[in-house]
Write a protein that binds this ligand. Structure first.
Ligand SMILES: NC(=O)C1=CN([C@@H]2O[C@H](COP(=O)(O)OP(=O)(O)OC[C@H]3O[C@@H](n4cnc5c(N)ncnc54)[C@H](OP(=O)(O)O)[C@@H]3O)[C@@H](O)[C@H]2O)C=CC1
Ligand SMILES: CCCCCCCCCCCCCCCC(=O)[C@@H](N)CO
Length: 313
């Protein structure tokens, strides 16, 4: 009986692998391709541009600062402006084969301490700043029956963290956008990738550190600190392969498996891994959540202590 069950499972898995070419997209060849990178003047975006260039792609950088062959625009202000910029880029270098939405920023602080306009600003830059360029390239991609669009979310777009009420929500929004859009454009051979990097050593990260609450810092340290080159390489690899999910490191792997929800699957191996690991990773996550709670409690006690010392002094 047991043997029969085992044989059945093996046959099922084999069958899955046989149909896998139906699920896995064909990789995008970067040599000669036109890649547009927003936020390409610094950090992760810059490294993605360099990585694509090294692999033979033609690059358009979009940021507010003027750098290389670069078009200067604020991607979060006005759709018409962004559309124009994409038009200019297409005239110069041909239709866009891959768009990488990397422009973004973060602020942290307790919910009541964050200035109210930050909630709007982060939504503008991180969310609308990805909607506008994507909207501007999608029609041509659908006509050409090919293309890749990358959204750069964050591990903080997979779980809500102390201090990130404004940031996490803007990064979670990208997930909804990516899932819905992928369902629409898959029949047109267009593949969406959403990347969830951990803390990464960039100018943006250095800036963010200056105002981070202690709790946010301690909780974030649970996950690794990555080099932008390393993150960029992984994102470019996943995007060219057409993988929906792009993560890095063992915590990134666990988080992505745990939070896969109803997101599209791009290989049989990925699907099987998710099925098998889900329960285990939820168990591990409970321990992490417990340790985050205790970090927050300790910080509170510490603060209360130093306040009484201040008062008595
Ligand atoms: N570093 C990290 O720890 C992590 C970062 N991320 C995400 O990765 C992305 C890149 O981060 P990182 O490399 O650290 O960021 P940096 O601050 O180093 O670079 C940000 C880039 O975005 C551009 N940019 C910002 N706002 C706008 C705008 N409104 N219009 C056009 N361009 C804009 C900047 O160019 P300019 O100022 O010239 O406009 C710059 O090129 C962000 O979306 C971030 O949230 C995710 C996880 C971790
Ligand atoms: C099975 C469960 C595993 C759980 C692992 C949990 C790890 C949580 C750490 C979260 C780190 C968040 C980094 C945000 C980086 C970022 O976006 C900012 N630096 C932006 O500048």
């Amino acid at each position: 009986m047991l043997l029969l069950a085992a044989a059945f499972i093996v046959a099922f898995v084999l069958l899955l692998y046989m149909v896998s070419p139906l699920i896995s997209p064909k990789p995008l060849a970067l040599p000669g391709a036109h890649v547009v990178v927003t936020g390409g003047s610094s950090g992760i975006g810059k490294c993605i541009a360099i990585e694509c260039y090294k692999q033979g792609a033609f690059i358009t950088l979009v940021a507010r600062d003027e750098v290389v062959l670069c078009i200067s625009v604020d991607v979060s202000q006005d759709y018409g402006q962004v559309e124009n910029v994409i038009k200019q880029a297409q005239e110069k270098l041909g239709p866009v084969d891959m768009l990488v939405n990397c422009a973004g920023t973060s602020v942290s602080g307790k919910f009541e301490d964050l200035e109210i306009n930050y909630f709007e600003r982060l939504m503008n830059i991180n969310y609308l700043g990805s909607v506008y360029p994507s909207r501007a390239v999608i029609t041509t991609m659908k006509e050409r029956r090919m293309g890749r669009i990358v959204f750069v979310s964050s591990q903080a777009g997979q779980l809500g963290l102390f201090g990130f009420t404004a940031y996490s929500s803007s990064k979670f929004a990208l997930r909804g956008l990516a899932e819905a859009l992928q369902m629409e454009v898959k029949p047109y051979n267009i593949y969406i990738t959403i990347a969830y990097p951990p803390d990464t050593d960039t100018p943006g990260f250095a800036e963010e550190k200056k105002t981070k609450p202690l709790e946010t810092q301690l909780i974030s340290e649970t996950s690794s600190l990555c080099k932008p080159e390393q993150v960029a390489k992984q994102i470019v690899k996943d995007a060219t392969q057409g993988n929906f999910n792009s993560s890095i490191g063992s915590d990134g792997y666990m988080l992505s498996s745990l939070t896969c929800g109803m997101s599209p699957v791009t290989s049989i191996t990925e699907g099987l891994q998710q099925i098998v690991t889900m329960g285990l990773f939820r168990t591990i996550a409970l321990f992490y959540l417990g340790s985050f709670d205790s970090i927050i409690r300790r910080c509170m006690i510490q603060k209360a202590k130093s306040e009484t010392v201040d008062k008595t002094a």
